[in-house]
Write a protein that binds this ligand. Structure first.
Ligand SMILES: *[C@@H]1O[C@H](CO)[C@@H](O)[C@H](O)[C@H]1NC(C)=O
Length: 407
């Protein structure tokens, strides 16, 4: 069975009904025996190695972009959650406060360029993890007693801001969003455009994509979980359905763009599937609706075996960029974070957990064996090792922190 899977994997995953969660035997080193204490240390050392790049005037890190910087905080918050520590809490919260005080709704590019693109990713990434950390329990009390911060208020502010850019059913029907000058098609391919989230605040830009909608789905689901307020649950369901209706290809991989005029954008990127996997994992828990879990598992099983971003060894090749930073370098970190979220919420499904564990170990072992210089890592997970780069380090953080749990 497993051998057959290894040989036929690319064929099998093209069938929507395939539910064989077997681990391809061709994957390189899909287990490791490092004890948990060592994994915690490896991950914290990786975080510590990027901290000196912090620009304390703006909360960003040298040599990476605004939204990429946000992902550093997500990984640091997840580290505390998984390790059961508060090592990174002040670092995360103080810098989130700083950025929030500088930019309304965390949207760095909002007024001048009117582009939500980078800001939206950054603040969502950060707030998701913070919200999740609160829900995880151990940080909740301390965050409540912290006098200077209310992360929930930040999250609600962001949610409220972005909600203005979500296509409602009424807007799909009328073809108009009050913040936009573009016409919205009521349906694309026969499915309602309700739930799609514009990727920018620019009035004449009709772009609607999976990452923005997936982030909004996830933020809504976390807020629903934390507050019990059904407004957020309904928002998460509406946007999860938009992705389900428009963005999943025949191989169960999440596509990038379907704009208000129904035009589509090319490209397969790990983070589109990853962020949706994260959102669906939370949404399934919030609603108790197992159909979201089934959808999530189909996408996850396909994504970890997709030839779009890895060869038969299973090591992610997307965003391998030893010579310089680019947007795509950090996508895979968001993907790994989504897999970790699925892992934390599906413990009865041992086949799924084994698959996530194995895939995570493939990336972990590749980084440690092939791409490491001390506690720093190349963005090319096949190696060779190189001198520290901020972007390579950023991309590795979620592998290290997730592996505390998933190994
Ligand atoms: C639920 O959340 C929405 C959106 O933030 C808010 O308008 C509403 O007042 C909340 N309801 C309750 C009961 O808190």
């Amino acid at each position: 069975m497993r051998l057959q899977q290894a040989l036929l994997g690319p064929l099998l995953v093209s069938f929507a009904f395939a539910q064989d969660l077997g681990v391809p035997l061709s994957w390189r080193k899909f287990s490791n025996s490092r004890p948990r204490s060592e994994r915690i240390t490896i991950a914290q050392n990786a975080i510590n190695a990027i901290v000196p790049q912090l620009d304390s005037s703006n909360g960003e890190f040298n040599s990476i972009g605004y939204w990429q910087s946000g992902n550093v905080y997500s990984a640091a918050a997840n580290q505390d959650k998984s390790a059961g520590t508060t090592t990174n809490r002040a670092f995360v919260i103080n810098n989130l406060n700083l950025v929030y005080s500088k930019y309304a709704h965390y949207d760095k590019y909002g007024v001048c360029l009117s582009i939500l693109r980078y800001g939206i990713r950054m603040f969502f990434e950060r707030l998701f993890s913070i919200t999740m950390t609160r829900c995880g329990g151990h940080n909740r009390r301390s965050m409540h007693t912290a006098p200077t911060i209310n992360m929930l208020a930040h999250a609600v502010d962001v949610w409220t801001h972005v909600t203005g850019y979500v296509v409602t059913q009424a807007q799909a029907n009328s073809g108009r969003n009050p913040l936009k000058t573009v016409t919205i098609q009521s349906t694309c391919n026969g499915k309602t455009m309700a739930g799609g989230v514009f990727w920018t605040t620019r009035a004449d830009d009709g772009g609607i994509n999976s990452i923005t909608t997936g982030l909004y789905t996830t933020l809504s689901a976390f807020l629903a979980e934390y507050t019990g307020n059904s407004t957020y649950t309904n928002a998460a369901i509406l946007s999860a359905n938009w992705i389900k209706n428009h963005q999943i290809n025949a191989n169960n991989i999440v596509l990038d763009t379907t704009s208000a005029d129904c035009s589509t954008g090319p490209g397969l990127y790990t983070y589109n599937s990853g962020k949706y996997i994260e959102g669906l994992s939370v949404l399934a828990a919030v609603t108790g609706d197992s159909s979201w879990t089934s959808l999530m598992i189909n996408i996850l099983n396909s994504a970890v075996k997709s030839s779009a971003w890895q060869g038969s060894d299973g090591i992610i090749t997307e965003g391998s960029s030893p010579g310089g930073n680019n947007d795509g370098v950090g996508f895979k970190a968001i993907f790994i974070r989504g897999l970790h979220e699925a892992w934390t919420r599906n413990s009865p499904n041992t086949a799924l957990l084994t698959l996530i564990h194995s895939y995570g170990d493939v990336q972990y072992n590749a980084l440690l064996d092939l791409a490491a210089t001390g506690n720093t890592y190349s963005s090319n997970w096949h190696g060779p090792p190189q001198a520290f780069t901020t972007w390579g380090q950023l991309a590795a953080l979620d592998v290290m922190t997730s592996n505390i749990d998933t190994n």
